[in-house]
Design a protein around this ligand. Structure first.
Ligand SMILES: *C/C=C(C)/C=C/C=C(C)/C=C/C1=C(C)CCCC1(C)C
Length: 231
């Protein structure tokens, strides 16, 4: 049975709806607040708003696809991620570059790590490759990114900055470790437990996007506000 409108019993569809509206609201908030923070933080706030904006547009399509077709909107999700995940890597670079000297190689390492993670994730989900090896390669790329953030040029740079930047960097790093772990968990429930379960997959991915896009921006906003007060 196909539907055009959201059904009251479609709980995954309801989460698609909530997250899509939350992404729009967060976008307006980040753009508006970005005009109030000190100049060096403005680009970071704009990028935080772009991340939720790109997600908001894709969530409109994803929720409609889910409600009418009842299947995972894999291609829309990955188009969203291939744009928003590299932008999050840009954020790490920007919050550091705003206040200290940081090697551009930090950005490129994170960028390549993100591409490998997402390309293999997509191949596994779209059935272009078997799901387990795609998952393992994706996880290795994710671990590589954590390694770079924890021990690489970012950590060296952040040690020379103010307390608010250090807090922002560390919180963002924890988001990449703990918040991002929700995605491979979704993949495990969706693909690696014998059957393909698109309901748990999308429920978990929707929750993860809420945390990792909106909370991520809030962390940057908080750092910008705190930095202004101490400056
Ligand atoms: C806004 C979207 C974000 C932050 C998306 C993040 C996606 C991931 C961290 C995906 C990770 C995956 C693995 C670590 C293994 C392979 C499967 C993936 C792509 C779900």
């Amino acid at each position: 049975m196909e539907h055009t409108f959201l059904q009251g019993t479609d709980f995954v569809g309801i989460t698609f709806w909530i997250v899509s509206i939350a992404m729009w609201a967060a976008t307006i908030f980040f753009f508006y607040e970005g005009m109030k923070v000190s100049a060096k933080w403005r680009t970071s706030m704009v990028v935080a708003g772009l991340i939720t904006f790109i997600a908001a547009v894709h969530y409109m399509y994803m929720r409609d696809f889910w409600v009418t077709v009842g299947e995972s909107p894999v291609v829309y999700r990955y188009i969203d991620w291939i744009l928003t995940v590299p932008l999050q890597m840009v954020e790490f670079y920007l919050i550091l570059a705003a206040v200290t000297v940081v090697a551009a190689s930090l950005f490129w390492k994170l960028f390549v790590g993100a591409l490998v993670m997402l390309i293999f994730g997509y191949m596994g989900e779209a059935g272009l490759m078997s799901s387990l090896p795609a998952f393992i390669i994706g996880c290795l790329a994710w671990l590589y990114m954590i390694y770079v953030l924890w021990f690489g040029e970012g950590k060296t740079a952040v040690n020379t900055t103010s307390a608010s930047v250090q807090t922002a960097y560390n919180t963002m790093m924890w988001i990449i470790i703990v918040g991002w772990a929700i995605y491979p968990a979704g993949y495990v429930f969706g693909y690696l437990l014998g059957t393909v379960d698109s309901s748990s997959l999308n429920l978990i991915y929707n929750l993860a996007d809420f945390v990792n896009k909106i909370l991520f921006g809030v962390v940057i906003w908080k750092a910008a506000i705190d930095d202004k007060q101490t400056a």
